[in-house]
Design a protein around this ligand. Structure first.
Ligand code: PLP
Ligand code: COI
Length: 341
């Protein structure tokens, strides 16, 4: 299969239309067989549930070309099961997990020409999503849904790639106790848009959200979880029922403990202790591991000893091991890598 002639080395995190997308429709209480289609546009009623009451959930994962030239995905089963949790919370039907994993493979295979080559720094981002499509005017769940997956080749989420970023403590809240912060619902991102536009206007790359109940604990950013490294090399990540259970973060904690022999802790992280950490990073499918050099809280700066030039040494080891597993030159734990072709 011949690759598209794209500038793989200089891609941003932008949408590019690829050849095929997967679609399955839910009607009369069941999903149809699903198929790959060419049309990237969706026609729906003006009163569709997704348009009126934001009944939509999504996932994000990537396909990689390994050193040996195979196309693989990373732990797609965990995206499938998280989408089940998201759908249940928004009163949507569940798309069967096995079908999710198979559909991801099918759509990646159909767009293999867009999977960036090994070593280019780019990957194929895969976006599964589901939404209520029939007319809904009273506030209630839709009866009909569409599940789709599109793919788009992407480069680093933050411009500058592995250069440390500066983030600010947001005055806005991302998630309420007993709300929807732990699922991947479009509504969480809609309400974060004003906060991110404000952060960018003030010269910051991202927001650090605190817990909305007490505003004393670190939660996450708009699109990634936090990892911190203590001065004695322990890897610490916030525990919270209102953050998204990042697959990348769960994988990093495993890698830290089982590949690098580091101590790990998932616990409450108070904002007051952030100044004592040696390193900080954002982790997620899009972010991979993006180092944070500085956190600003209303003018007060916390500068991590790792600085603004490069990742801290432990963050770098975590990054190298995680991406080594994803790119196939470090052996993966059982079941983490799904070979597409
Ligand atoms: N937190 C939020 C709010 C996200 O949108 C994402 C992205 O998916 C993550 C964390 C990272 O999760 P994952 O590692 O599963 O991509
Ligand atoms: C992902 O990492 O897959 C996400 O969904 C985050 C989003 C901000 C792009």
């Amino acid at each position: 299969m011949e690759k598209k002639n794209l500038d793989w080395e200089n891609m941003g995190f932008d949408y590019m239309q690829t050849d095929k997308r997967y679609v399955s429709n839910y009607k009369d209480g069941k999903w149809d067989d699903g198929a790959l289609i060419d049309d990237a546009n969706i026609v729906m009623n003006e009163c569709a549930g997704v348009l009126q009451y934001a009944q939509t959930v999504f996932e994000g994962l990537k396909a990689y070309t390994t050193e040996s030239g195979k196309i693989v995905t990373f732990r797609p089963d965990l995206n499938a099961s998280r989408m089940v949790d998201s759908a249940r919370r928004l009163e949507m039907p569940v798309f069967p997990e096995e079908r999710f994993v198979d559909a991801v493979a099918e759509v990646v295979k159909a767009n293999a020409a867009y999977v960036p080559p090994y070593g280019s720094g780019a990957t194929l981002y895969i976006r599964p999503y589901m939404f209520g499509i029939n007319p809904v005017i009273g506030v209630k769940p839709a009866d009909e849904y569409q599940f789709r997956i599109f793919t788009t080749p992407v480069g680093p989420y933050f411009k500058g790639g592995a250069k440390p970023i500066t983030i600010c403590v947001s005055d806005f809240d991302r998630a309420a106790p007993h709300g929807t912060g732990h699922i991947k619902a479009g509504l969480n991102y809609a309400m974060s848009l004003h906060a991110i536009v404000t952060a960018h206007a003030n010269g910051f790359d991202e927001n650090m959200y605190l817990d909305s109940a007490t505003r004393t604990k670190v939660e996450e950013t708009g699109g990634a979880n936090f990892i911190f490294v203590t001065k004695d090399n322990k890897v610490v990540t916030p525990h919270s029922s209102t953050i998204l259970p990042s697959i990348t973060r769960r994988s990093i904690m495993y890698v830290a403990e089982h590949y690098l022999g580091l101590k790990v802790e998932e616990r409450d992280v108070y904002f007051d202790e952030v100044k004592d950490f040696a390193e900080c990073g954002l982790c997620g499918t899009a972010a991979v591991i993006s180092p944070v050099g500085k956190v600003v809280n209303h003018g007060e700066e916390i500068c991590f000893p790792s600085g603004m030039e490069k990742m801290g040494p432990i963050t770098q080891k975590l990054y190298d091991t995680l991406t080594g597993i994803q790119m196939g030159h470090i052996e993966a734990p059982e079941g983490w890598i799904k070979v597409i072709e």
